[in-house]
Ligand binder design. Structure first.
Ligand code: ISL
Ligand code: CA
Length: 560
């Protein structure tokens, strides 16, 4: 029988299929490529794969624009490949969670093709259609129904000549937002989800699920002085019916099945909303991805990065541990396909590459919550190498670049921002070995391989007992061996050094103390006296020094 809360002691590994492993030499990763690499994941000890979208898609946003939820894009394989992946994973005692992108579809989805065909089409109301702003010339700048700025630059509305109305897209024009107010939309989504579960998958990661309920009046935002557009987030996120929809989905899709993993991606979520969503008595989701810690280094935008204050990361994560406490549940992540590489962003990817990658992992994996490893993180992959504009692929970065040059920003500054925080950093091919294209493909990869694959690659780390990969194995094993890691309470311990995150975990008589130096400098530490007689069970340095944690040193102690 399936443990109802198995996902509390599970470690999830995110596969971004385009960049994981290419089996047929076309330069794009595919499902067969994943099947070929399952030993790497099993050896690591991971329990679940979260697979980013592999559905049929025009790939305007790398698969997050879906034109058929129930077909696999030929770039990635076919349904037989998915069935084989599910069977192979289950044979190994692992599970598969699929991405669910239902805030929007592709503009090439048959639902949208029908919806846009006429104002009287039965599916017209499946999307957000609105008249031009009164007193304006339809289609002209400023005639959009609201002044919201899209996530990918430009207005959130596109004019449709044929029917004289605008449709809403919080992301690219090729990603029209579904209208969840319409019960037919919800039922169509639930039916599709049920068919995937019947196929044998073990849960969903739900893309921008906090955007499915919008403020029905669609009010204007505070306009930016130059673009005239503003942040509509307060009106299109966490709308009045969000919790109603999530509870309905739970009943319609998940009730009566074995326990599944559900994680909602929620940019901008507050601790209060996260608690409402993950409190199990409310029957919504198991956990959410919150965004506070991945926004700490944003200036006027993500492409205007600011240095992190010492202790800012530790303080933010502690705040979330405390807020969700023993009522809600955290998902723990430092990187994914939308974020720069954790070791480059929060660590030191030159002088303390190995130390900082393992320190960050220790800090994250030993908190209360379900940890997520993003592909390549387990070998300490670093930000990509993008000398020129032509090296970038992601539409978010490219749109931002073009909008910025229209506004007269200095190209070199904008490029620097893209190099630091652009999403392509996470999307360079996984570095399997030191050979051609890092062993990712026999052909030409769709995006440049990081030149550091000559020394930074999985093969070089398997046999090296002190490698990042083998350190992750120990951390993951610890979660599986000791209930305190999955189930223990979290209490931060103030040791007088803001750059050190120290915390206790307690589960009945089993106690852990975790102390991580999140800086390039040696830090003095004194543990509370109750830790005087304890055993060091894990550390990322080969030896210990008295009274100090060296740069990025991490200690895990236990006592009973
Ligand atoms: O990376 C971001 C832009 O700065 C995030 O705001 C991101 O757009 C947001 O987290 C939503 O992400 C998800 O939905 C997007 C898709 O492009 C991302 O890849 C996905 O993770 C639209 O489907
Ligand atoms: Ca391929």
């Amino acid at each position: 029988t399936v443990q109802p809360e198995w996902w509390k002691s599970a470690v999830v590994y995110q596969v971004y299929p385009r960049s994981f492993s290419d089996s047929n030499g076309d330069g794009i990763g595919d499902i067969r490529g994943i099947i070929n690499r399952l030993d790497h994941l099993e050896q690591l000890g991971i329990d679940v794969i979260w697979l980013s979208p592999v559905y049929r898609s025009p790939h305007a946003d790398a698969g997050y624009d879906i034109s058929d939820y129930e077909a696999i894009d030929p770039l990635f394989g076919d349904l037989d490949d998915i069935d084989e992946l599910i069977a192979d994973l289950h044979r190994r005692g692992m599970r598969l969670v699929m991405d669910l992108v239902v805030n929007h579809t592709s503009d090439e989805h048959p639902w949208f093709l029908e919806s846009r065909s006429s104002t009287t089409n039965p599916k017209r109301d499946w999307y957000w259609w609105r008249d031009p702003r009164p007193g304006t010339a339809p289609g002209a700048p400023g005639a959009e129904p609201t002044n919201w700025e899209s996530f990918f630059s430009g207005p959130t509305w596109t004019f449709d000549e044929n029917t004289g109305q605008y449709y809403l897209h919080l992301f690219a024009p090729k990603q029209p937002d579904l209208n969840w107010e319409n019960p037919e939309v919800r039922q169509a989504v639930y039916a599709m989800m049920r068919r995937w579960l019947d196929r044998g998958i073990d849960g969903f990661r739900m893309d921008v699920i906090n955007l499915i309920s919008k403020h029905p009046e669609l009010p204007d935002a505070e306009p930016h002085p130059i673009t005239g557009r503003g942040d509509g987030f307060p009106f299109y996120a966490h709308g009045p019916r969000l919790h109603e929809y999530l509870q309905e989905m739970r009943r319609e899709v998940f009730d009566g099945r074995d326990a599944l993993l559900t994680v909602g991606e929620m940019p901008g979520v507050s601790t209060k909303e996260a608690l409402l969503t993950t409190d199990p008595t409310r029957r919504e989701l198991n956990m959410v991805f919150q965004f506070e810690h991945v926004g700490l280094d944003h200036g006027t935008s993500k492409f205007d990065p600011r240095p992190l204050a010492p202790g800012a990361l530790a303080d933010s994560l502690t705040k979330w541990q405390d807020a969700l406490g023993t009522t809600g549940w955290n998902s723990l992540y430092l990187s994914n396909h939308d974020q720069p590489r954790a070791v480059s962003r929060f660590g030191n990817d030159t002088q303390y590459w190995r130390e900082s990658a393992t320190a960050l992992a220790t800090m994250l994996h030993l908190q209360r919550g379900t940890p997520y490893v993003y592909q390549g993180e387990e070998i300490g992959m670093t930000n990509g190498h993008f000398p020129d504009l032509a090296d970038f692929r992601d539409l978010e970065s490219l749109n931002f670049y073009h909008q910025s040059s229209q506004l007269g920003l200095l190209a070199e500054n904008v490029l620097d921002g893209m190099r630091r925080n652009g999403r392509d950093n996470a999307r360079t091919p996984v570095q399997w070995n030191a050979e051609h294209a890092a062993g990712f493909t026999s052909g030409t990869p769709w995006i440049g391989v990081n030149p550091n694959h000559s020394w930074l690659n999985a093969e070089a780390q398997y046999q090296d007992a002190s490698s990042i990969y083998n350190y992750y194995r120990q951390l993951i094993a610890l979660r599986h061996e000791r209930d305190v890691v999955a189930l223990g309470t979290f209490t931060r311990v103030d040791i007088g050094e803001p750059a050190v995150l120290a915390f206790e975990r307690a589960h009945s008589a089993d106690l852990l103390m975790v102390a991580v130096n999140l800086s390039d400098e040696e830090r003095f530490i004194r543990f509370p006296t109750r830790w005087a007689h304890s055993t060091l069970i894990l550390s990322n340095y080969p030896d210990t020094a008295e009274f100090v944690l060296r740069p990025w040193e991490a200690h895990v102690l236990t006592r009973r």
